[in-house]
Design a protein around this ligand. Structure first.
Ligand SMILES: C[S@@+](CC[C@H](N)C(=O)[O-])C[C@H]1O[C@@H](n2cnc3c(N)ncnc32)[C@H](O)[C@@H]1O
Length: 248
């Protein structure tokens, strides 16, 4: 695989998590962002810890198949590592990320990686979907939708989450996060995220969930979502929620 000449947020996150799947162009972009914002490693480590807690909570409900949207790099405590018994299909739209993910998971019979535009789930290869998320549409599954809402406008996000709701079987669970308005205090860093980047308040995010029903935990700062101990003291950059698909 040739070296990419553009950074990707997914590989920048891998860098901040201490992973091995990023390139000099990502490290340079990560350094520029930190210059404008401050240290990012603690924030993204906490976001990955939230993923782990949410995925383990879903698996504890007996769910053993996961579909991951906007998956990024499938290491450093990602879904198949957090749910060690489950099968997992990671999807993304970025061809470099997909190739990287396929290379990383080449030896796995439990996790695969393929193209999938979250805004059009028909773009997912059905054979991959049914291999790694057996019973999709008939059995409850875990849907992981992290690091993605910020890149979708309200209408697209609402329609997307509703399409996933309609396609997933009753009893399925959705883990989703969104970027808070905290980044607005760092205009230079915000500008680096591009004009389509969306920050949201918890009250504005709730209605976008549509028919997905938040668990009693609510929509909270990720560090306060069922923390394993005292919540980590990190900037309040992301809120998260676990939501269930009812029977309608
Ligand atoms: C900020 S990264 C998040 C990676 C990972 N989920 C995490 O939380 O660490 C966002 C990812 O979403 C992908 N992405 C952007 N738009 C997408 C879409 N419409 N459907 C699926 N993936 C998308 C990007 O290519 C990128 O890999």
């Amino acid at each position: 695989m040739g070296e990419p000449d553009q950074p990707s947020t997914a590989r920048m996150i891998d860098f901040w998590l201490g992973g091995e799947h990023h390139f000099p162009v990502d490290v340079a972009a990560a350094a520029a962002f930190e210059q404008a914002y401050g240290p990012c490693a603690p924030v993204f480590r906490e976001l990955r810890a939230f993923l782990g807690r949410a995925v383990r909570a879903i698996a504890a409900q007996g769910v053993d198949g996961f579909l991951v949207f906007g998956a990024g790099v499938p290491t450093m405590g990602n879904v198949h590592e957090a749910a060690a018994e489950a099968t997992v299909l990671y999807t993304d739209v970025d061809p470099v990320t997909i190739r990287l993910g396929q290379r990383i998971l080449a030896g796995s019979d439990r996790a695969g990686y393929g193209f999938g535009d979250a805004t059009d789930i028909g773009t997912i290869d059905p054979s991959q979907l049914h291999r790694f998320v057996p019973g999709w549409g008939r059995r409850p599954v875990g849907v992981v939708f992290l690091g993605l809402a910020a890149f979708l406008d309200d209408d697209t996000l609402t329609r997307t989450l509703d399409e996933v709701y309609a396609a997933a079987a009753p009893g399925s669970l959705l883990a989703v996060d969104f970027d808070t308005e905290e980044l607005a205090s760092y205009p230079e860093a915000l500008a680096m995220m591009g004009p389509a980047f969306r920050m949201r308040s918890p009250s504005s995010f709730g209605p976008l969930l549509g028919r997905w029903a938040p668990t009693a935990d609510g929509i909270v700062p990720i560090s306060r979502w069922r923390p394993d101990g005292p919540p980590a003291e990190v900037p309040d950059a992301f809120h998260g929620v676990l939501a269930t698909r009812g029977a309608d």
